[in-house]
Design a binder for this molecule. Structure first.
Ligand code: MEV
Length: 325
């Protein structure tokens, strides 16, 4: 066992396929390397303490809204037979919470990695995702697994629930993604239930939207392969229309998408669960990205990020199914 260890993970952005991914349609999501979570665990003389944005104190006294994280830590403590071990767990997160950037999944991934590093035990990717799911099931009810899969990946992923979780290689050398935080909390479990209820109550209007979102993700994968950013933009805007019809957009998100498109975005959509959270817009080049970002801030975005795709030009295959720490 080490005296001190860390685990890291990333914010995720769902580019295509939120909500439809819950119903086993494909999705494309990307990790945002500049927005990370770092969990640090170290030995202390007494107690088992946690320090994070929401709570500072003994793990046993963590509140109900942190039940997912608390259950995960308790599970890890018993997995490593560390009930009597005194330790301090510090979580530093650059992710805004409840904004569709996968904050809870990223926190869970960082914690699991920190524990395995601390106890010097190798961790496989499937083990990591299974453990993170302990937290996600409590926090989100019926998670597809996409958030954890992306938060733990060092590359964009192509994901089909319970079936496919693979890295994808693409090259969009000049385009960037502008991410804008609406400042409104997204409500993942509420949004997922809303879509579920719509599918039960009005299958004839809702199911085609889910099917179309799945088809859009497939077309987007081909557009990535052929570097067709104009088509990608169109597919984003079409996704936004479908998601709005499913009931998970709101006035602010619709307005942000419009503002982005009025400022040269190739397309724009909400990302994540919706009902708040973030909007993403595709910019042809860095200058357009700056203009879109400025316009979105003027329209009320509390924070914006510009993610260039240059960093995504990795070769496929490495690290994904191997050891992850
Ligand atoms: C939430 O970030 C993404 C959803 O598709 C739910 C999920 O995949 O579990 C809305």
């Amino acid at each position: 066992m080490k005296d001190k260890a860390t685990g890291k993970s990333y914010a995720k952005i769902i580019w295509f396929g939120e909500h439809s991914v819950v119903y086993e349609k494909p999705a494309i999501a990307i990790p945002i390397y500049s927005v990370d979570v770092v969990a640090t665990i170290q030995r202390i003389p007494t107690g088992q303490q946690i320090h994070c944005r929401y709570f500072d104190g003994p793990i046993s006294e963590m509140a109900e809204n942190l039940r997912g994280v608390k259950t995960l830590i308790t599970h890890l403590v018993s997995l490593f037979g560390a009930q009597r071990l005194a330790f301090d767990l510090d979580i530093q997160s650059k992710l805004p919470a409840e904004r569709g950037m996968g904050s809870s999944a990223a926190t869970a991934i960082a914690i699991v990695r920190a524990f395995f590093d601390f106890f010097e035990v190798n961790l496989t990717r499937s083990q990591l995702l299974k453990l993170a799911d302990i937290e996600e099931k409590i926090t989100h009810g019926n998670p597809s697994g996409l958030d954890s899969a992306t938060a733990s990946s060092n590359m964009p992923i192509w994901f089909i629930r319970n079936k496919i979780n693979e890295q994808i290689d693409f090259n969009l050398p000049t385009s960037s993604l502008v991410i804008a935080d609406s400042g409104i909390k997204g409500k993942t479990s509420e949004a997922v239930s809303l879509v579920h209820d719509n599918l039960v109550d009005e299958p004839e209007s809702s199911q085609p939207l889910i099917d179309e979102l799945g088809k859009i993700a497939e077309t987007a994968r081909n557009a990535l392969a052929t570097t067709d950013d104009v088509l990608l933009g169109k597919l984003m805007t079409q996704s936004q229309r479908d998601l709005a019809q499913l009931g998970v957009s709101n006035h602010t998100l619709d307005t942000f998408c419009q503002v982005a498109c009025d400022n040269h975005a190739l397309g724009a959509k909400l990302t994540g669960s919706g009902l708040g959270g973030c909007v993403i817009a595709l910019a042809k080049n860095q200058r357009d990205a700056q203009q879109i970002s400025t316009a979105l801030r003027k329209a009320g975005a509390t924070q914006t990020w510009i993610q260039s795709f240059k960093n995504y030009q990795f070769s496929t295959g490495e690290a994904h199914d191997n050891l992850v720490r």
